[in-house]
Every structure is written in C-alpha cells, then in structure tokens.
Design a protein around this ligand. Structure first.
Ligand code: AMP
Ligand code: ZN
Length: 460
C-alpha cells in the first residue's frame, strides 16, 4: 500500500505520509498562458498526472489545484525584461485578456489530447488579485518587504534557511542569480512581490493596491492559491527542476513568512526534456509543440508513452526517432491485446507488482516492463485484459479504447476483406496476396487463422 516519493526538501526517497488519512492536497505550478505549451511543459503535466493516478489507485482522494498564470509577467525569472503577455499582445494585436483566454483553451485541449485528467480546480491569477494583495499586506506589515523604484521586494535575508530546497548556500544562490539591473535590491535573491505600473506605460492588466497601481509578482499567486484551496501546509507540491532555485524557494519563503509553517511537506521536481541533446529554444527552432508532433504524423498518446519510458527524475532526450520508436512500441502493444476479448478475472500478482513500481517514486519504465510481462504471461487473455485495463487507469494510455478501435475496421477495408475471403475459398492465392497488399496500404493487417481471416487496423 505504501507510496515512496523523492522529496527535494529532504533529498531522499521517503514514505509518503499524508496530513489527512485518506486525502491528499496536491499543488502543481501551472502554465503561463502567452504561447503554445511546448513538449517540455507537457512532459511535466503528464508526470504529475501519473502521480495523481497512482494516489487515486492506492485509495486516496486527491484535491489537485493548478494555477494559471494569466497576469503578464516578465520574460526572465529575475523580474526584468518585457512582460510575456504584453509581448504576445504586441505581436498579435490582441489584448492580454484575449491572449490568455486563447492559450488557456489551447492548454486544456493539449491536456485532453494527452489524456491528462484536469485538476480539481484551475485558478487564474487574475481571479485572486484581492487575496494576493491581502497576502502581500501581511508580508509588508511583518516587515518582509521593502520598496524600490519598480516595486515592492521580498527581503530574502529575513528567512534564515532561504534556499533550503535547492540545498544551495547563499553565495551559490547569488552567483546563480541572473545579472540584475535593479541596483536597489538588497540581496540578489530578493524578488518582486508587487510591481508598479510605470507612469509612462499603459497596461492591459493592472490593479490598485496599497502600494499604488501595479500587478503581482509571479511567485505570489502560488503561495496565495495553494493556501486558499489547500491550507497553510499541504501534502505535495510539484513542478519542473527549474523551479528548484527561484520559483519554489520564493513561494516557500512568502508562505513561511505569513503562516510560520512549511508550505508543503513533499516537493517533487521533474527533470527536463532536451531536444537531441540540447536545450529547447524558440530561437533555434527546437521548441516543439503538440501540434508539431501531430503534423509529423505522431499521436499525442505516443508522446505520452515516450514520457512514461523515462523516469521523471532523469532528463529525456527527445528526437523524432525516439518518438517513432515509442509509437511503434505502443502500436505493438495494441496489436497484442486487441484480440484478448472481454476482461475476466485478472493477474493479481503482476498487477500488484505494477502498483509497487509506480508507487516507488513513479518508476514508469518498470511499470511498462510489467505491462509487457502481463502480455507475455501464460494467463488467460481475459485475465490479461482485466489487469491491463486496471493498470491503464494509472498509465493513462487509453489502451482499452485503442484495442477496441483496432478491431473496428473501416468499411473500405471490410469490402476488400470479403473479396479476399472469396479468393481464398477458391484457392486464388495470387489474388489473395494482392488484396492483402491493398489492405496493408490501408493500414489493415490480416492474419489467416483456422477460423478465417483476422483483421486489425491500429490507429492511435
Ligand atoms: P512554464 O509555463 O514555463 O512555467 O512551465 C510550465 C511547467 O513546465 C513548469 O513546471 C516547468 O518547470 C516545466 N518545464 C519547462 N520547461 C521544461 C522542459 N524542457 N522539460 C520539462 N519540464 C519543463
Ligand atoms: Zn508555483
């Protein structure tokens, strides 16, 4: 029954112990909605979807909260540079609200294509401005904030163990911080909690606050929303490894400053997708979206399968060749299971082995190996099918639907199959082979068995 998770806070794998007995509060840092998500972003959401699914499979009720960063933030973590939404707005001629609206839809469509369950609740940053101001006020009253020309900043030197998450010393954190333009910052790691709207600029999004017209700093929304929905301390906080050094330490610092408590007990981070060994960057044309994957003839589910082949704490070296191999692998599984028929009984031991593997810090490569083990086992087809359907509740590959669809032969192909049956009855092998080639061209594979032809058309 136990689940083990690698906690970035303790730097070790720990047995998961929830605050409430059967309930888990889970918070995932969500997208900034100014652009199409790239496959790196999507990898993160697939990984946390598997986490949620194994928790549910182990009997927990999961309250999953995700923020949507729809307030214009800055193009760097260092509170500098142009506002991302304003930039998109300048490039497209739409206002920041329209851009956010559009890319929220894109994001949700991407989640659906990847069979990622939506969180219990999405919260948009712009929906919680009042609460964010109230939170920042507490920080101000407690003396954590100071004013510079462009905003209210958090004094990180007031948190004794700031940076504990990344295990970095103050010096390393400061060396790691980007080159700063704001000379007024007391420490390089200090960050904006509230930014002022410059007098000569008109913004689509800004609000009145005790510190003047402006907008919240990026880290603020997560501290506020997680507390609103999940309480002062909740169970699991997730995000990519980039968040280890800036975003999560800052969230944590704000939350601890207000509540005096640890924001979350378990902090999980996924490693990054790289593109053919290098960084994914828009400027190099290596920033790939789900649409790019589709255009090249790949299914989003093949991409999900590729992600599951990798352990989330290892980086994933993406290439279209590896995606092709994943797509072939997934099709091979469907080809195997399509003829299993109705689920009946199950292969309990192998199923339990599967749950243990995924419950062991989300060991999805091992989980897939166990799926193969079920397929290769001597169990009855119905028992294999039953177990495959059960474990797919965690893998989320839609194996049941894909297997069913594979037997749903198109009407064109059905006509050819009937012709081929006739050709075989009259022992016209030349015609039979020709018709088989025609079927292959339609993506239909046919096997000749003692019960006649068995046809399958695998589409993902
Ligand atoms: P963002 O919209 O940039 O805040 O990113 C959304 C999520 O994707 C965050 O949890 C990031 O840590 C994560 N992320 C960003 N780039 C990558 C990448 N290349 N590989 C995996 N995860 C990523
Ligand atoms: Zn966050």
């Amino acid at each position: 029954m136990s689940i083990f998770l690698y906690n970035s806070l303790s730097k070790q794998k720990e047995e998961f112990k929830p605050i409430k007995k059967k309930q888990v509060g889970l918070y995932t840092c969500g997208p900034t909605v100014y652009n199409h998500p790239h496959i790196g972003n999507l990898m993160a959401y697939v990984v946390w979807d598997v986490l949620k699914r194994i928790l549910i499979a182990r009997g927990y009720k999961v309250k999953h909260i995700m923020n949507i960063t729809d307030v214009g933030h800055l193009t760097s973590d260092a509170d500098e540079g142009e506002d991302k939404l304003a930039k998109a707005s300048r490039e497209t001629g739409q206002n920041a609200w329209q851009i956010a609206e559009f890319f929220i839809k894109v994001f949700r469509n991407n989640l659906a294509s990847l069979n990622i369950d939506e969180p219990t609740k999405f919260l948009r940053a712009t929906e919680t401005i009042k609460e964010q101001i109230a939170f920042a006020r507490i920080l101000d009253e407690k003396g954590y904030l100071y004013k510079t020309a462009d905003g209210m900043y958090f004094d990180t030197s007031k948190i004794a163990d700031y940076g504990k998450l990344a295990n970095l010393s103050k010096v390393e954190l400061q060396e790691g911080a980007r080159v700063e333009k704001n000379q007024e910052k007391k420490n390089l790691t200090d960050f904006a909690v509230w930014k002022f709207t410059p007098e000569d600029i008109s913004r689509d999004m800004d609000w009145e606050s005790p510190w003047g017209l402006g907008f919240p700093g990026w880290h603020l929304e997560c501290s506020v929303m997680s507390r609103l929905e999940l309480g002062d301390t909740f169970d699991i906080h997730t995000g990519g490894i980039d968040h280890l050094t800036v975003h999560h330490p800052n969230e944590m610092a704000q939350s601890e400053a207000v509540t005096g408590k640890l924001q979350a007990n378990y902090w999980l981070h996924n490693d990054f997708i790289k593109f053919e060994g290098g960084k994914m960057a828009k400027s190099q044309g290596t920033l790939i979206t789900l649409e790019n994957i589709r255009e090249k003839g790949f299914s989003p589910l093949a991409f999900r399968f590729l992600i599951l082949q990798n352990h989330y704490r290892n980086s994933l070296n993406f290439s279209f060749d590896s995606l092709q191999a994943a797509q072939n692998g997934l099709k091979a599984i469907i080809r195997e299971i399509a003829f299993y028929g109705k689920p009946k009984g199950g292969c309990q031991e192998l199923e339990e082995e599967f749950y243990q593997a995924i419950g062991d810090d989300l060991n999805t490569p091992k989980g897939l190996a166990i799926l193969q083990k079920i397929i290769d086992s001597e169990n009855k087809p119905g028992a294999k099918m039953a177990s495959i359907l059960n474990i797919d509740e965690v893998l989320g590959l839609r194996l049941g639907t894909l297997a069913k669809n594979a037997l749903d032969i198109s009407s064109d192909a059905k006509i050819i199959l009937e012709e081929r049956a006739k050709a075989r009855d009259s022992q016209d092998w030349v015609r039979s082979d020709k018709l088989r080639d025609k079927l292959i061209a339609l993506g239909v594979e046919v096997q000749d068995t003692t019960d006649g032809q068995k046809a399958i058309q695998v589409t993902l």
